[in-house]
Design a protein around this ligand. Structure first.
Ligand code: COA
Length: 289
């Protein structure tokens, strides 16, 4: 006798109105990764609040996402710095006022640039840790009452940089390691309240600002070094996001979903001239404290 029956399909995780009545609060929602995550949820019925630092970019992203579904409500919450918990509380209050609730949180605001250790100042390290790690903590702090009330779910946008030592990314690796630890501890502490917490760790995703700015080599060269032989797509990220917020993942918490085509397993970070490129960078003038 089979274990599943027809109700498995009708309760289903893959309906077109899967997230109808749900609201997602997204920091970094104007960036490529978080924007496509939000687009997927809105296409499947959710409403959304897009939080960002830059007004023009945040307004444009919200408008763009809203155009995906005729009755979608997508609000823009610009001029918010995730390092400031009070500005996040204001954003959460505005979201509840305008959209009624918050069910899902995507903590995606992040800062990144390439720098060798000798040219990475203490303040630069602190800035990235404050945006990525403290900002993630602040986001959940501000959303906590809504998450508790609605037995919500969290996705932290993480990375794979801290699974091993990645040069030029000391600050980001340290911050994202903290984000994974934060998510794990929240999964344990908030699980009894019915709140799930997971990380999504994208690898090299085509047509993202991060890949354009941070990766080395041509797209073909990058793809050749990835086990699945292609760059990721924004749709890969959308699918993973839908899964993690859907009932299909209702027993998944404290996990990291890596969406990278197997990339990190082969230490694939484009530093083909290692260690020559690092030694050159460390020795360049302009050492910073
Ligand atoms: N290389 C080395 N140091 C850098 C740097 C770079 N490319 N960019 C910034 N810094 C340093 C600054 O020099 C400063 O340190 P200092 O005081 O010792 O000089 C420190 O970082 C803070 O810089 P500031 O511009 O005041 O920071 P901020 O808090 O406004 O923003 C970032 C920091 C990381 C967000 C900024 O670099 C940025 O806007 N990046 C682009 C957006 C982004 O990263 N998006 C993520 C996509 S993956």
């Amino acid at each position: 006798m089979p274990t599943l029956n027809q109700s498995y399909v009708s309760k289903g995780s893959w309906r077109s109105d899967l997230f109808k009545g749900k609201v997602v609060f997204v920091t970094g929602g104007a960036g490529t990764i978080c924007k496509v995550q939000t687009e997927a949820l809105v296409l499947l019925g959710a409403n959304a609040a897009i939080v960002g630092r830059n007004k023009e970019k945040t307004d444009a992203a919200a408008k763009d996402i809203a155009s995906l579904r005729p009755d979608a409500k997508v609000i823009s919450l610009p001029n918010i710095d995730v390092r400031d918990v009070n500005s996040l509380v204001t954003a959460v209050n505005k979201t509840v006022e305008e959209l009624g609730r918050i069910d899902f949180v995507i903590a995606g605001a992040a800062g990144n640039f390439l720098s060798d250790f000798n040219h990475l100042s203490s303040n630069a390290f602190k800035s990235v840790v404050a945006i990525d790690l403290l900002g993630s903590f602040n986001t959940i702090k501000a959303c906590f009452e809504q998450l508790r009330k609605n037995k919500g779910a969290i996705i932290f946008v993480s990375a794979t940089l801290h699974y091993y030592g990645v040069p030029f990314q000391i600050h980001v690796g340290a911050a994202k390691a903290g984000v994974d630890a934060l998510s794990n501890a929240l999964a344990v502490e908030l699980g009894p309240l019915g709140i799930r917490s997971n990380c999504l760790a994208p690898g090299p995703i085509d047509n993202t600002e991060g890949l354009q700015r941070l990766a080395k080599g041509t797209k073909d060269q990058m793809a050749a070094n990835i086990p699945l032989q292609r760059l990721g797509t924004t749709e890969d990220i959308a699918d993973a996001t839908v899964y993690l917020f859907s009932p299909a993942a209702s027993y998944v918490t404290g996990d990291v979903l890596v969406v990278d085509g197997g990339s990190w397993h082969v230490g694939n970070l484009g530093n083909r001239d290692y260690p020559v490129n690092i030694i050159k960078a460390l020795d360049a003038p302009g050492s910073k404290l």
